[in-house]
Design a protein around this ligand. Structure first.
Ligand SMILES: [Zn+2]
Length: 425
C-alpha cells in the first residue's frame, strides 16, 4: 500500500506537468514593476508548463487558445512575502499554542496557504515553523494535494537556550526545548546541517530577543557574532541563505557583519547599522503593519501582557527606522510576519510602507523584484516577463495611485492555473 501510494503521487506530479495547457491572459493595463510604468492592452502568453513565453500588445494567439479577459483590470506579478508563518495563527503565540499538536499545525498551514494564495501572494518565504510542518505544507502544495503559494521554508528556527526561538512558557519540570535550539558555533553548524537534511530551503536564526516570547527583551543580543558567523558560513556552504530575526541594534550589526542575507524586523537599527547593510548588500525586512494588529487584538488573541508592552515600546521606533533606512537607500524586501496577524491580510502592509515614506512603486518593488532577488528566484518570480512563471495578480484601479487596491485582488493565477477570478467583464 505504501509503495502504491508513493507511485500515485509521482504519477500525479508527472501528469500535471504533461497535461498543463498553454494559455493567455489579456490585461487592460499591466504594471511593469521594473520601470514603474503602466502599459496598455497587454497580452501574456504562457506554455503548458505554466511559464510565460511572451508579453506585449497585439500578440498573435496560438491556435486553440482562448484568452482570459482581464481587460477592465490592472495586472501585476504575483506578490511575494518574505516573512510568513503559514503554520500558525495569532492565537498560537501565548499559552493556547501549547495545545496545538504537530499534525494540527500542519493542517493550519494548509488552511493558511490557500488564504495567502487567494490574497495574491503567489510566493512566500516561511521563516520559522514548529518542527518541519512548513516542509509538509510546501511538499503538499508542490505535489498538487492542496492549493497554496510557492514556498521556501526554514523548518524550526535556530536559537539559543531560553531565547526568542526557544519556548519558555512551561516550567523546568517539563524539560521542554524547541527543535531549533543550538548553543555554540559547532552545535549551530550541526543544527544547520540537520534542518537542511529535513528539507529547509533557507535558514532562520533568532539573533536577538523578541516581542512574542517570554522573559527576553527585543533589544538584547542572543547569539554571539561568532555563532552567527558559523551559521552563515555553514548555510552558504550548503547553498542556503540565512534570515536573521534581529530587533536589537547590536544584533542587527552582528548579523550583517556575520554575512547573513536579510535582517528581519530591523526595529532598532541605527545609522551605523544602515550603513553596514548598504555596504554588505544585506536586505532589511521591516514588518511594519502588524504593530496595529498586536496592539488592537493581541490581548484577545491570548498574547502575553509582556509581549504587548514590548510592542508598545518598539512599534513606532521600527516605523521611524524603516523611513530612515529607506531614505538612506538600503535594500528592502516586503515581509510581514503573517501568522502574528491573520493570514490573507498581507497586503495591508503596503499602505503602511507608503505612509512611512515609500512611493507605491517602491513598496510594490519590495514585494516583487526585490523580494525575488533576496530569495534567489529573480529569474522565475517577481516580474511578468518571458521565462518567468505565469504568476499573475489583477486588481481594479491603479496601484500606483492607490496602493490599497492590492488588498482586494480580483484575479490570481499561479503557474498558469487560475486560483481566483472575479474580474469584471
Ligand atoms: Zn516571524
Amino acid at each position: 500500500m505504501r509503495m502504491l501510494g508513493r507511485l500515485g503521487v509521482l504519477w500525479l506530479v508527472a501528469a500535471s506537468a504533461v497535461f498543463g495547457v498553454p494559455g493567455a491572459v489579456r490585461c487592460g493595463k499591466l504594471l511593469d514593476v521594473r520601470a514603474g510604468k503602466l502599459l496598455e492592452n497587454q497580452t501574456i502568453l504562457f506554455d503548458d508548463s505554466g511559464t510565460i513565453t511572451a508579453v506585449g500588445a497585439n500578440l498573435a494567439l496560438p491556435a486553440g487558445v482562448a484568452p482570459i479577459d482581464l481587460s477592465h483590470s490592472t495586472c501585476l506579478p504575483g506578490l511575494i512575502d518574505v516573512h510568513t508563518h503559514l503554520t500558525s495563527d495569532p492565537s498560537d503565540t501565548g499559552y493556547e499554542g501549547l495545545g496545538v499538536s504537530v499534525p494540527r499545525e500542519a493542517i493550519k498551514g494548509a488552511k493558511n496557504a490557500a488564504k495567502t494564495l487567494h490574497a495574491g501572494f503567489t510566493t512566500v518565504r516561511n521563516v520559522g515553523a514548529g518542527n518541519f510542518t512548513d516542509v509538509a505544507v510546501r511538499d503538499g502544495i508542490n505535489a498538487g494535494d492542496i492549493p497554496g503559494p510557492r514556498m521556501l521554508v526554514s523548518g524550526p528556527p535556530l536559537g539559543i537556550t531560553g531565547g526568542h526561538c526557544d519556548n519558555n512558557l512551561l516550567p523546568y519540570e517539563f524539560h521542554y526545548r524547541e527543535a531549533g535550539v543550538a548553543d555554540g558555533p559547532w552545535a549551530a553548524r550541526t543544527k544547520v546541517r540537520e534542518v537542511v537534511k529535513y528539507g529547509a530551503d533557507v535558514i532562520k536564526v533568532c539573533a536577538s530577543g523578541g516581542v512574542l516570547s517570554k522573559g527576553d527583551q527585543p533589544g538584547t543580543p542572543q547569539y554571539t557574532e561568532e555563532e552567527l558567523k558559523a551559521i552563515a558560513d555553514e548555510a552558504h556552504k550548503l547553498g542556503r541563505k540565512v534570515a536573521a530575526h534581529a530587533h536589537g541594534t547590536q544584533s542587527i550589526k552582528d548579523a550583517i557583519r556575520a554575512g547573513i542575507d536579510s535582517i528581519e524586523h530591523s526595529s532598532l537599527i541605527d545609522d551605523e547599522g544602515i550603513a553596514l547593510a548598504k555596504e554588505h548588500g544585506t536586505y532589511l525586512v521591516f514588518d511594519i503593519y502588524n504593530d496595529d494588529y498586536i496592539l488592537a487584538e493581541g490581548a484577545k488573541e491570548g498574547m502575553l501582557a509582556e509581549s504587548i508592552e514590548k510592542e508598545k515600546k518598539l512599534g513606532r521606533l521600527q516605523r521611524e527606522n524603516f523611513r530612515k533606512a529607506f531614505q538612506a537607500g538600503a535594500k528592502m524586501a516586503f515581509g510581514t510576519d503573517a501568522g502574528v496577524y491573520p493570514h490573507g491580510d498581507n497586503a495591508k502592509q503596503f499602505s503602511k510602507m507608503v505612509e512611512w515614506g515609500m512611493r507605491p512603486i517602491d513598496a510594490i518593488q519590495a514585494a516583487t523584484i526585490n523580494a525575488a532577488d533576496l530569495i534567489g528566484w529573480k529569474e522565475k518570480v517577481g516580474a511578468l516577463e518571458a521565462g518567468h512563471y505565469a504568476d499573475i495578480v489583477a486588481v481594479n484601479g491603479d496601484p500606483l495611485a492607490d496602493v490599497k487596491v492590492l488588498e482586494a485582488p480580483v484575479f490570481v493565477m499561479k503557474g498558469g492555473v487560475v486560483a481566483r477570478n472575479e474580474a469584471a467583464r
